[in-house]
Write a protein that binds this ligand. Structure first.
Ligand code: NDP
Ligand code: GDR
Length: 344
């Protein structure tokens, strides 16, 4: 009989890639969308898998609908990807973010413990836990220093996942995933904001790209590679945490440079700090400027992961380089804008 997976947050970037992977592996895939809202399933449609997924309404806020859903579906594996995933929003909505990202996970763990403790559980932990990182590179044993309500909530969820594993012997794993991006990333996240906005500027559909703190560095990988690591974690005999990362960090300025080059701009930077801007040397037009409203109260300056355990135990390795990642995203957005395809 086919294994059953339940994916919360299936309409998001990772949910789409993970569904595709699990369907290819012969799983029956159930995915949750929030009740009374029409699912934003453009990603599932673009990947041509929306007809193969059984959608179920689920709100991580609400215990009773979680117990009802899990009791009815009786999944073998649960991948908890649902979250208020935008770090900036968590400063404006810290309580909502904590309800979903922290208590939502506890609700799921309680249901698993009560309904069927044999269910394997994956929790989407994040490199944001390292925040103001105190050692480089960051591994599974690096202490956390969260820098936003988002990451504080994720820290609660991470620790709770470990506690339920130890206390109730659940097969509960947490992937500490570093930033992973793709042509299916939401346009509010900085990478896709850059590729989609530069494509719009190129086609004269946007005047200028406005950014916040461009002096940050991240360890960026390709989302499709990262969902494979999630699945691998639940196939292990022993559940545990794994850092999933490329092991290389790059600056946001490098990302911008490759994206602009791929689209056809020749960037020239001038000014300093909040007055910094970039023009296209071909036309002299200002195409990037800084806007204070995109700065965060506390930010993560630089992080880089150590994926040694994932390499050795999961036999996991990223397959797409940083440069290829930026090019995939920039080309996809260039084509979408050229063909008048809606950017969501
Ligand atoms: P997205 O923002 O693309 O997707 C988030 C998903 O969560 C959406 O399907 C959304 O549904 C759903 N969701 C939001 N609120 C609720 C709620 N209250 N109840 C149920 N579902 C909800 O995120 P990603 O795919 O990028 O990330 C997946 C997970 O991995 C998230 O938990 C994120 O925090 C975490 N993560 C992501 C990383 C990354 O670089 N992408 C790195 C590390 C961790 P809807 O369509 O209704 O909005
Ligand atoms: P992050 O991703 O906070 O790392 O969270 P995001 O792309 O939002 O920000 C990355 C960095 O870029 C800086 N930045 C801007 N960010 C946005 N969104 N918009 C801007 O205009 C802008 N200008 C500069 C930010 O200050 C920040 O330092 C993502 C999410 O997917 C989380 O759910 C996940 O846990 C982490 O990645 C790992």
């Amino acid at each position: 009989m086919a294994k059953k997976a339940l994916i919360t947050g299936i309409t998001g970037q990772d949910g789409a890639f993970l569904s595709k992977l699990l369907l290819e592996k012969g799983y029956e895939v159930h995915g949750t969308c929030r009740p009374n809202s029409s699912p934003i399933n453009w990603r599932l449609k673009e990947l041509q898998i929306h007809d193969e997924i059984k959608m179920v309404p689920l709100e991580l806020f609400e215990y009773s609908n979680i117990i009802h859903t899990i009791d009815k579906i009786r999944p073998d594996e649960i991948y908890n990807l649902g979250a208020q995933s935008f770090v900036s929003t968590s400063f404006e909505q810290p309580i909502y973010t904590s309800e979903v990202n922290a208590l939502g996970v506890l609700r799921l763990l309680e249901v698993i413990r009560n309904v069927n403790p044999e269910i394997k559980f994956y929790q989407a932990s994040s490199s944001e836990l390292y925040g103001k990182a105190i050692e480089f590179p960051q591994s599974e044993s690096t202490p956390f220093y969260p820098r936003s309500p988002y990451s504080v909530a994720k820290q609660f969820a991470h620790s709770m996942t470990i506690n339920y594993r130890e206390a109730y012997k659940l097969h509960a794993s947490a992937g500490i995933l570093f930033n992973h991006e793709s042509e299916y990333r939401g346009t509010d996240f900085v990478t896709r904001k850059i590729t989609s906005s530069l494509a719009l500027v190129w086609h004269n559909k946007l005047d200028v790209l406005e950014l916040g703190n461009i002096n940050i560095e991240r360890d960026w990988g390709y989302a499709k590679d990262y969902v494979y690591a999630m699945w691998k974690m639940l196939q292990q005999t022993v559940p545990r945490e794994f850092v999933i990362a490329t092991g290389k960090s790059h600056s946001l300025r490098e990302f911008i440079a490759i994206a602009a080059d791929t689209i056809g701009f020749k960037l020239e930077w001038s000014g300093e700090g909040k007055e910094e801007f970039a023009v296209d040397k071909n036309t002299g037009k200002k195409i990037i400027k800084i806007n204070e409203k995109y700065f965060r109260l506390t930010d993560v300056d630089r992080i880089v992961g150590d994926p040694k355990d994932a390499n050795e135990v999961l036999k996991w390795k990223p397959s797409v380089s940083f440069e290829e990642l930026v090019q995939i995203m920039a080309k996809a957005d260039y084509d979408r804008v050229k063909n008048d395809k809606l950017l969501i």
